[in-house]
Structures are given as C-alpha cells and as structure tokens.
Design a protein around this ligand. Structure first.
Ligand code: AKG
Ligand code: FE2
Length: 222
C-alpha cells in the first residue's frame, strides 16, 4: 500500500470459518466503547474519539486466536507475546493484559485520528514501551464508508472481509512514526467488524527492523 512507512495489506488472511468463529465469540461481550485511563471514563472524549461497540479477549480464552497469532508471527517476524511488566501493561490495557480487541461499527460509527503506539519514554528506563506495530483484521465488507485512512500520507484502505492491514508505529531508528496517524472513517451503510492485535515493544527489541539513519518521521515534523 505504502513504502515508507510500510503499510501492508494481506489479502485472504482469514477464512470464512475463522471469521465467523471470531465474530460469534466476540458478539456476546460487546459493549459501548468508552475512552479513559486507569478505569475512569472520559465521557467527552468517548463521544469525540470513537463510536462503536467492542470487547477485549485474552488470547488464551479463545482457542482460535493463538493459531492466528502464530500466523501473524510467521508473516511479520514479530513476537506476539506481551512480555511487558504487568503494571506497565495495566496502565494502558485496563485490568488485564488483553490480547485482541474486537470492534463493531454501525452506521455513523468511526474512530478519530490517533496513534496506536501509546509510546512513552520512561525517564527511568532506556526503553520505549507500547504497541510497536498494529495488525488489523477486517472481519466484514462495508456497504459504504468505513475506510481506514492515514491522512498525513494520503493512504486509504477499504475494509475487505478476510484481509488484514499491518504497519509499524515506530520508524527504523526507533522514533515514533508521526506518519502513522490513522482513523476509521464513519460507516455509511452496513456494519464494519474488525479485530486488532497490538504488537508490543518488549519482546521485539531484536526482531523489529532497525536502521539508525532512517529518520523519515522526524523530518516530517521539523
Ligand atoms: O477502524 C479502523 O479502521 C481503525 C481502527 C483503529 O485504528 C484501531 O483499532 O486502533
Ligand atoms: Fe488505531
């Protein structure tokens, strides 16, 4: 889709049976998604930032997800396990270490422009933690609207059932990549189903692409 930053579409990543299994396992626990930190709902941001229902599932609670994670690992070369200390992960992911996020947008549902990385330079540590990369499975086609867009680089990805979208949230020099700002456009007709897998920094230190001279994202903000 795009070379730098690399944004990749993987066609036919899931089968019909897998897609249906994921949807039916997520369906019973769907709830309105609220935006917030540390368990506190931020009502204003909840309306402005996203309008959808969703749920989070620990991978081990769903037999199919580990198989899908192994496939993502084979394609990306990245480790799918969360190895961050649990207090770090709790800051960002609520009470438990959630592994997959399911989301269903109905007509008018959207997700405001944002970054996935949750990056924070910890002054007491030498690492950056958060989502190093994003894997987004499209579980449905959408009648109209609902594209995933990267407005700073003019990239539009139309949801196609069974396909997946992948990108790194940091450039090869390790800096947050500002060009990965992205958004889920409002659904105009039908529903949009997605399942996202946040791929974490820790555990991927030696697997992620590395090039100290690749600082394209920095150039962009100067
Ligand atoms: O709905 C989309 O297309 C984007 C979803 C997204 O950005 C996310 O789940 O972090
Ligand atoms: Fe996102």
């Amino acid at each position: 889709m795009y070379k730098s930053p690399e944004i990749v579409v993987i066609h036919e990543f899931l089968s019909e049976c897998e897609t249906q299994t994921i949807i039916s396992s997520a369906q019973p626990s769907l709830q309105r998604i609220y935006f917030g930190r540390n368990g506190k709902v931020d009502a204003v941001n909840s309306i402005h930032k996203r309008l959808a229902v969703g749920s989070r599932h620990l991978e081990r609670h769903n037999k199919l997800m580990p198989t899908i994670s192994r496939r993502i690992c084979a394609i990306t070369g990245l480790n799918m396990e969360v190895t961050e200390p649990s207090n770090v992960a709790n800051d960002y992911y609520g009470k438990a270490l959630s592994k997959y996020t399911f989301r269903k947008y109905s007509v008018g549902g959207y997700f405001e422009p944002h970054f996935d990385r949750f990056a924070k330079l910890n002054p007491n540590a030498t690492y950056v933690y958060g989502r190093i990369a994003t894997w987004l499975n499209y579980l449905s086609d959408v009648g109209a609207g609902g594209a995933t867009v990267f407005p700073l680089i003019n990239v539009t990805v139309w949801p196609t059932k069974y396909s997946a979208l992948f990108w790194h949230n940091f450039d090869k020099s390790g800096e947050p990549d500002w060009q990965t700002l992205h958004s889920g456009c409002p659904v105009l007709v039908g529903h949009k189903w997605i399942a996202t897998k946040g791929i974490h920094f820790m555990g991927n230190e030696f697997r992620k692409p590395c090039n100290p001279y690749d600082r394209h994202s920095r150039l962009y903000i100067q």
